[in-house]
Design a protein around this ligand. Structure first.
Ligand code: FES
Length: 99
């Protein structure tokens, strides 16, 4: 099954991220080269909101930083990436499919 997150034409320029409403959560969506990625916009420490700053997602509550390239943080944590694909001109969330 699939559900659209956003139109590919609504993507921010590389190095920036944009939040899109999606079933009560707001994933961060951004470009890394030709790849479009989406990740939960919630810090893995205590769930603080993340902001895109200087090539990283930074938690507003206690300052954890997650790299935009792979969602990793120095402590070894990694942002949650929902399975997504490009479908037509949309970034879609995909579930229930086998690779
Ligand atoms: S909730 Fe994000 S660093 Fe604590």
């Amino acid at each position: 099954m699939k559900h659209p997150i956003c139109k590919t034409g609504d993507m921010p320029p590389e190095g920036k991220a944009r939040v899109f409403p999606f079933f009560g959560c707001e994933p961060q969506v951004w470009r890394t080269g030709v790849r479009i990625r989406a990740a939960a916009s919630e810090c893995l420490h205590l769930g603080g909101p993340l902001e895109c700053k200087d090539g990283a997602f930074v938690c507003s509550w206690h300052g954890a930083r997650f790299h935009m390239a792979d969602g990793s943080a120095p402590a070894g944590a990694r942002l949650m990436f929902p399975l997504t694909r490009i479908g037509g001109e949309e970034l879609v969330y995909v579930w229930g499919e086998t690779p």
